[in-house]
Design a protein around this ligand. Structure first.
Ligand code: BEZ
Length: 210
């Protein structure tokens, strides 16, 4: 099944390092990031999991729950967790799905057989509180992800939902933003009473809303 932006993400039940997870119920009224790892006891994955543990307060600030997945059994996750704490200085502080039966990996299309027919690629799914898929990323096994970029994407998505603004190329927190095209000038006057810089009728720049 190909998951597309705007789809409701599939629900599932699976074992994790924090007990059985019923996915939609676990998300509750928060945002969620589901991300896959090719395999336990591999170097890049070990660094990624330590980094996500370090960044957990940043995800929480944004009301985002994080959950990892690896196609290895629970007992292996427990041993690997110790290595992550030892080498990265941050112990796992979020659930890691034990997807040895590939239930979730297959449901979410995380195994790309022409890349590798047993391991998952590095997938990222950003899901909003309505369980709608808002972003997907796919990285090869050999490239560790940039989780600062994933936080930046969350900030952009939440600004769009809350303030009807989009974020331009290379936008960083605090930079100017753009009024979304779906908002006409009459509506924009209500939303942005201090006005905007109209570089073109379709390119209206405003300060980032608080
Ligand atoms: C890693 O996590 O280091 C890794 C996993 C699979 C293939 C290549 C690298």
């Amino acid at each position: 099944m190909t998951l597309r932006l705007g789809d409701t993400v599939p629900d599932f039940n699976q074992e994790s390092t924090e007990g059985p997870i019923s996915f939609h119920e676990w998300i509750g009224d928060q945002w969620a990031i589901l991300f896959s790892h090719p395999k336990n006891f591999t170097p890049v994955c070990t660094t990624e999991l330590g980094e996500v543990a370090r960044l957990k307060p940043e995800f929480e600030k944004r009301h985002v729950k994080v959950i990892g997945l690896s196609v290895d059994p629970l007992e292996s996750h427990a041993r690997w967790s110790q290595d992550i704490a030892d080498t990265q200085g941050h112990a796992l502080n979020f659930p890691l799905l034990a997807d040895a039966d590939r239930k979730v990996s297959d449901l979410y299309g995380m195994v790309h057989p022409n890349a590798n027919d047993t391991l998952t690629v590095r997938s990222v799914f950003i899901i909003d509180p309505n369980k709608t898929l808002r972003l997907t990323l796919t990285y090869p096994a050999s490239t560790g992800r940039n989780f600062a970029e994933i936080l930046r994407i969350i900030d952009s998505l939440q600004l769009t939902d809350d303030h009807k603004v989009a974020t331009p190329v290379n936008w960083q927190q605090g930079d100017d933003v753009i009024i979304v095209p779906a908002i006409d000038n009459e509506q924009a006057k209500q939303l942005f009473p201090e006005g905007w810089d109209e570089k073109k009728p379709y390119l209206r720049v405003v300060k980032q809303p608080a």
